[in-house]
Design a protein around this ligand. Structure first.
Ligand code: ATP
Ligand code: MG
Length: 414
């Protein structure tokens, strides 16, 4: 077997140190950690007696960190123009000084108290240096080109790592700022909607209360026309009350944390359909409820979804003689798809883009009452659960609304 030359062995072990250092650097998330890795890596790389990590601070070189047999200049600052690290940064190249007492770039007085006889200094980020890495020997020695190359490679990798950390930190700061801004806006909106709903609800409650009082006391002075007008006022007041409740749901459903539990959609839907029948005894709606899969959902939020879809089906089939509302589900891979189908008025698919937008309505208030917020709440809740909502319709031939939900989630991951 051929014996390897000593400098080849040194170079090979230097490469191993470099690879190890690169691996450590790839996980570093702070400049302090980078300096810690680089100062010991730099020394091991060449077998030097000391290594320094120097940062450029304006017109100064800041000896930020070191790893050496005896103390060097850690914590000191020197003008760029008076030290070797400054020379290396300003000239954007490596410096090899076999004898520090024979080179005029070396501020000898600063070196005299130290062990240093020989040194190599390489700039970090050659194009536009942000610092330098120094290697020092306690004896006279001429560093090989391989040693300088290894050190320069380390400096180049350090530059990339520092840039990545700066970018990472800047991104983290931006995310934190944006999150704080969003939280503040959400808080304002929530406070605003609570106060609006409170201020609107109380006068409404008193309007409704007074009309109920008038109607409960028979008075011959109140004629049929006045009675009809009072019924209208009452209806409008109730509608407004409902709108305020919907608005509150719209705001809270976007921000409130979801609490998911395996929920029986079958029970939920059956109850809603039963109360629809009670609320509209004059109508004979044929509810056909198929088998509905359970799903891991926030039950309060999901009740809003079913309520809105079923009440829409009831409302928009009001003018159909034999209203049929079919509700069912089917599994598609990891998702369950639920649907609510009616044979009512249907809507014009030309305006489909506006269907799930808040306050957008595809029918006039004269034909069908409503504020146009129900489907936007459905959309918000379903997407927050990781699903989608869509619909198909034909004017005069009814509509089908679909929504998908993940069949399972890691409930403990919420
Ligand atoms: N089942 C349906 N059949 C026909 N059109 C529908 C149906 N569901 C919704 N739409 C149309 O979509 C629009 C938006 O529905 P959405 O539920 O958001 O509002 P709304 O029912 O008008 O009012 P709200 O639900 O706030 O009381 C409705 O105005 C209507 O034009
Ligand atoms: Mg609705």
């Amino acid at each position: 077997m051929l014996a390897q030359a000593p400098h080849t062995i040194a170079y090979t072990s230097g490469m191993e140190v470099l690879v190890d250092t690169v691996q450590q650097l790839s996980m570093a998330r702070s400049i302090e950690r980078v300096m810690e890795i680089v100062r010991s890596g730099a020394r091991k790389l060449t077998g030097a007696d000391g290594a320094t990590f120097v940062l450029k601070e304006g017109e100064y070189c800041y000896y930020a960190d070191e790893d050496a047999i005896e103390p060097l200049w850690k914590g000191h600052r020197f003008p760029l123009t008076t030290c070797v690290s400054g020379w290396s940064m300003m000239n954007k190249k490596a410096v090899v000084i076999p004898d520090i007492y024979k080179d005029e770039r070396v501020p000898v007085e600063a070196y005299r108290p130290t062990f240093v006889k020989t040194m190599v200094m390489v700039p970090i980020r050659q194009m536009d240096p942000i610092g330098a890495i120094g290697n020092y020997w306690a004896y006279h020695h001429t560093p090989t080109p391989e040693q300088v190359r290894l050190l320069q490679s380390l400096a180049d990798i350090t530059a990339v790592t520092v840039e990545n950390i700066e970018m990472y930190n800047a991104l983290e700061r931006r995310v934190a700022e944006r999150t704080a801004e969003l939280q503040a806006v959400n808080k304002d909106l929530e406070a605003f909607s609570y106060s609006v709903s409170h201020d609107l609800r109380s006068p409404l409650r008193s309007i409704i209360g007074f009309i109920e009082l008038i109607r409960s006391e028979p008075d011959e002075n109140i004629n049929t026309r006045s009675n009809q007008m009072m019924t209208k006022v009452m209806q409008n007041a109730m509608n407004m009350h409902q709108t305020i409740d919907d608005l509150m749901a719209f705001f809270t459903m976007g921000t409130k944390a979801l609490v998911r539990r395996m929920t029986s959609m079958q029970d939920m839907v059956t109850q809603i359909c039963d109360s629809c029948c009670e609320a509209e005894p004059a109508r004979k709606i044929d509810f056909r409820i198929g088998t509905l899969s359970d799903a891991p959902v926030d039950s309060i939020a999901m009740e809003h979804v079913w309520n809105n879809l079923i009440l829409n089906a009831v409302k928009y089939s009001r003018k159909t003689e034999n209203a049929v509302i079919e509700i069912g589900s089917e599994t598609d891979g990891d998702m369950v798809i639920y649907h609510v189908r009616d044979n009512g008025a249907g809507f014009d698919m030309t305006y489909y883009d506006q269907l799930f937008e808040a306050f957008k309505r595809l029918h006039s208030g004269r034909d069908y009452e409503g504020s146009g917020i129900g489907l936007s709440i459905v959309h918000k809740i379903v997407t927050r659960h990781g699903g989608e909502v869509w619909a198909e319709s034909e004017v005069g031939h009814g509509s089908t609304f679909y929504f998908s939900l993940p069949a399972s989630v890691h409930l403990e991951d919420q």
